[in-house]
Design a protein around this ligand. Structure first.
Ligand SMILES: *[C@@H]1O[C@H](CO)[C@@H](O)[C@H](O)[C@H]1NC(C)=O
Ligand SMILES: *[C@@H]1O[C@H](CO)[C@@H](O)[C@H](O)[C@H]1NC(C)=O
Length: 266
């Protein structure tokens, strides 16, 4: 059946109204091409998602913060020692300079109209020696307090990744990072510090980002820190170490989750 012209435009108008009256997640400045064309409410809208679906953006500490005002981690060491491992030979010594520019980043998130922001905490920014006995860097704690408060003040829910591959270099030097079972206790203590200091405002926690990648790239082909593999200059054993690193990540995850459920979940 052919739809008369006048009726057709009414249908279009109705759809457009339905889209613009629901929460609009489209940034008008974005001119992305199909299938996410911001100008086309048929392809870019949230009507296909449940009301309670959360839209967000995500980063990791090493990718955005820059290395200022924190102790070294495995990525710093790796990118300085083996610049050729990164195709453009860059490091994240400065990155987006989010250590200083986090307020601008939150402003950008607000412009994007996201409801949530997932970021990771740089372990060595809050525990320079990786372990509680090495002391807490209160400047680092303040940095994340400021970021969390800035997000909350802008109506953006923080989702915190506890570990996104940046092992404090001290722990690599001391006992080989995730190759040692000693990391399990240190990770648990680190996670507990975060629950204690940020748990009043942070209700969504991610223990580990992509544990598979750290195991296979850090210890299988050596393309990520600590750069170990059977034929790697740093040494390694591609047949066993990926499994050991994966095992210790799983144990670390389990300890942190169990501690959270017992004491900090409300
Ligand atoms: C979200 O909404 C969907 C469908 O609308 C529902 O099945 C689901 O239980 C809801 N989830 C939560 C966490 O409320
Ligand atoms: C980072 O941002 C701060 C504040 O704007 C600025 O003073 C500093 O020079 C920047 N650092 C780099 C390396 O660009």
């Amino acid at each position: 059946m052919a739809i008369p012209k006048a009726q057709y435009s009414l249908v279009i108008l109705f759809i457009f109204f339905a889209v613009s009256s629901s929460q609009n997640v489209c940034n008008p400045a974005c001119k992305a091409k199909e299938p996410f064309n911001c100008d086309n409410p048929h392809t870019f809208n949230r009507n296909g998602f449940p009301e309670n679906f959360t839209f967000g953006a995500a980063t990791s500490a090493y990718q955005i913060e820059g290395a200022a005002e924190r102790a070294l981690n495995g990525w710093d060491y790796f990118t300085h020692r083996y610049p050729g491992k990164v195709p453009d030979r860059s490091s994240a010594d400065v990155a987006c300079n989010s250590t200083y520019l986090y307020k601008e980043d939150v402003k950008l998130l607000k412009e994007l109209k996201v409801q949530a922001y997932r970021f990771s905490i740089a372990w060595s920014r809050v525990l320079p020696k990786g372990r509680l006995v090495g002391g807490i860097d209160e400047k680092g704690i303040t940095y994340y307090n400021n970021l969390i408060n800035e997000l909350k003040a802008n109506g953006i829910e923080p989702y915190v990744t506890i570990f996104h591959w940046d092992v404090p270099q001290t722990l690599e030097d001391e006992y080989g990072g995730f190759l040692s079972p000693r990391i399990v206790e240190d990770f648990k203590n680190y996670a507990e510090l975060l629950f204690q200091r940020f748990g009043d405002r942070v209700k969504f926690w991610i223990t580990l980002n992509q544990p598979y990648s750290l195991a296979t790239k850090g210890y299988g082909d050596g393309s990520y820190p600590p750069g170990r593999c059977t034929d790697c200059e740093f040494g390694g054993d591609s047949g066993t170490e990926p499994y050991i690193a994966a095992h210790h990540q799983l144990l670390a995850h389990a300890e942190a989750v169990s501690l959270y459920r017992k004491i900090y979940e409300v």
